[in-house]
Design a protein around this ligand. Structure first.
Ligand SMILES: Nc1ncnc2c1ncn2[C@@H]1O[C@H](COP(=O)(O)OP(=O)(O)OP(=O)(O)O)[C@@H](O)[C@H]1O
Ligand SMILES: [Mg+2]
Length: 265
């Protein structure tokens, strides 16, 4: 996957969000995209998912322009857990399996295996009819879940998609509703379960992107810093400044320059 000199402006937008962005997503890599609020991270992901087309430049998969690919075929190649992910008023099972609608007849055994691997067993245990429970139906016999429980279920949806051949998993703030412990487990279990699919992870909490193979900083519509966590800390640029700022916020003043201060969170 390559972004080649991609610019993008929303219809009616006053200025471009992306301006000449170039980025390669390598097979099997864990890539993290960071940047301030409004930097264009979600926009980048929506372009990747084919929801919008670049205003200039192109996005390619195996050298083929996304514009030339059948949109449905492309969506069978990737799965995205969006920041504003959708809550479907369906059963728990359907909420998972609609990530790969073409895969009919997947047995419950396989689904339950993914639920366990992805750390959503506790969510399922609370549902009186298990996978058959109707979700988000006010009144009647259905039930609603908390933001964090929905997020855990949505993660299983992503694992299900990978199980059915998706090679790219995009996670846009997948743990925003989870507590710190659940967040750590999410990364271990979900990202650990995607096998050799590529992962693009967006997160404001920089401690969660630290293990990524590569971190890119999105600023002013393009990538301004790129490397491993250690590379970027050595570089001493904006990523390093943000990382130290977050670490010091968590640990209080005085710990601002200590290495690895976020380890204990
Ligand atoms: N549908 C839209 N129409 C017009 N402008 C939009 C639209 N969606 C986003 N924008 C604008 O594009 C810019 C980038 O937004 P985007 O959601 O990509 O940022 P982000 O980096 O994901 O931010 P956050 O960290 O807050 O999620 C912002 O200035 C935003 O106001
Ligand atoms: Mg966003």
């Amino acid at each position: 996957m390559d972004f080649e000199d991609v610019s993008f402006q929303y219809p009616g937008g006053s200025r471009p969000v992306l301006r000449g962005l170039t980025l390669t997503i390598r097979p099997g890599e864990r890539l993290a995209v960071v940047g301030g609020s409004g930097a264009g991270k979600t926009t980048l992901v929506k372009l990747l998912a084919g929801l919008y087309e670049p205003t200039a430049g192109r996005i390619t998969a195996d050298a083929a322009d996304l514009r030339s690919l059948d949109a449905a075929a492309w969506r069978r190649g990737m799965t995205a857990l969006f920041q504003d992910f959708v809550h479907y008023p369906l059963t728990a099972r359907d909420n998972i399996t609609l990530a790969a609608p073409e895969a009919v007849g997947t047995g419950d055994g396989k689904i339950l295996e993914l639920v366990r691997a992805g750390g959503a067993q506790t969510v399922l245990d609370r549902l009186e009819s298990g996978l058959d429970t109707e979700l988000w139906r006010t009144g009647g016999d259905g039930r609603d879940l908390s933001g964090g429980q929905w997020q855990k279920l949505a993660a299983i949806r992503a694992l299900y998609a990978v199980e059915h051949g998706r090679r790219l998993v995009v996670l846009d703030e997948p743990t925003a509703h989870l507590d710190v412990k659940a967040e750590a487990r999410f990364h271990e279990q979900v990202i650990g379960s995607v096998g050799d699919a590529s992962v693009v992870l967006i997160s404001h909490r920089l401690s969660t992107v630290r293990p990524a193979d590569r971190i890119v900083l999105l600023q002013d519509g393009r990538i301004t810093e790129e490397g491993s966590h250690d590379d970027l800390m050595k570089l001493g640029g904006e990523y390093a400044r943000l990382f130290r700022l977050q670490a010091s916020r968590f640990h209080g003043p005085g710990s601002i320059d200590r290495e690895g201060v976020e380890e204990g969170r």
